[in-house]
Design a protein around this ligand. Structure first.
Ligand code: DC
Length: 236
């Protein structure tokens, strides 16, 4: 019996550890890793770079539909490309974070990116993380996780990540305020707001290590895969 290649959806607010966890899961499973936040960041980066004001909904929507956004390379060294230009190092600034949160409220942007995400994950064998994967992109994903943490824990993590990258121009309090502002925008937008899918499993990672979160999700995935062999045994 060939093993089903699952679609794993991981949603949750900024800084909950989704990217790191999704990347590690993809590595363990030999699956594709897709950070959909990076795709919204790519649109935001290009709009800023082209001098398009983010309240110009038509132009920003067109930009999302017409740009070629690619996630290339190995899980550990994934590069984000837009129209052939590598912007991996340029998308994690506070300016792009805020702009990404704004462009993600534009329905035309969401339509263009969701269609591409569905195409990328269509064959299964994918760990996709974002805000609306279990609700909009793959409502029938085999495993849905809602990964959460307090805003204190999330800002602390993002602050340490930035420090490790040499970004030291934001204090932890500013980081917390920024995260809370983005949370508010992600939760209150009318198109596909951040919400836990009814059938998603809730994990609060505030006091957990990344490895603990990964192990817990691997157990959930193993149970889902186990359904295959149970169904197989019942048929024998
Ligand atoms: O995960 P991230 O911080 O890189 O995401 C950047 C922004 O993109 C975030 O503020 C919300 C938005 N986003 C979204 O609306 N839907 C997704 N599936 C992923 C990200």
């Amino acid at each position: 019996m060939t093993e089903r290649r699952l679609i794993i959806a991981i949603d949750g607010p900024a800084g909950a550890g989704k990217s790191t966890v999704a990347r590690l899961l993809a590595k363990r499973l030999g699956y594709l890793f897709i950070s959909t936040g990076a795709m919204y960041r790519a649109v935001a980066w290009k709009a800023l770079n082209d001098g398009i004001t983010l309240d110009n909904i038509d132009r920003t929507g067109r930009l999302a539909a017409e740009s070629l956004i690619e996630l290339k390379g190995d899980v550990d060294a994934m590069r984000l490309m837009i129209d052939g230009r590598d912007i991996t190092e340029e998308i994690n600034t506070p300016q792009v974070s805020q702009a990404a949160s704004k462009v993600s409220t534009i329905s035309a942007v969401r339509r263009a990116l969701v269609a591409r995400q569905q195409e990328m994950g269509r064959e299964g064998g994918v760990v996709m993380e974002g805000r609306d994967i279990g609700t909009q992109v793959f409502p029938k994903a085999h495993v849905k996780i809602y990964l959460d943490a307090t805003s204190e824990a999330r800002s602390k993590r993002r602050f340490s990540e930035d420090a490790a990258r040499g970004i030291t121009d934001t204090t932890q309090d500013q980081m917390k305020a920024e995260i809370e502002e983005r949370d508010y925008r992600d939760i209150s937008r009318t198109d596909s707001p951040l919400v836990q899918a009814e059938d998603a499993i809730y994990i609060d990672s505030s006091t957990m290590t990344i490895d603990e979160v990964v192990e817990q999700i691997m157990e959930i995935i193993a149970r889902e895969k186990g359904k295959d062999s149970n169904q197989y045994l019942q048929r024998c």
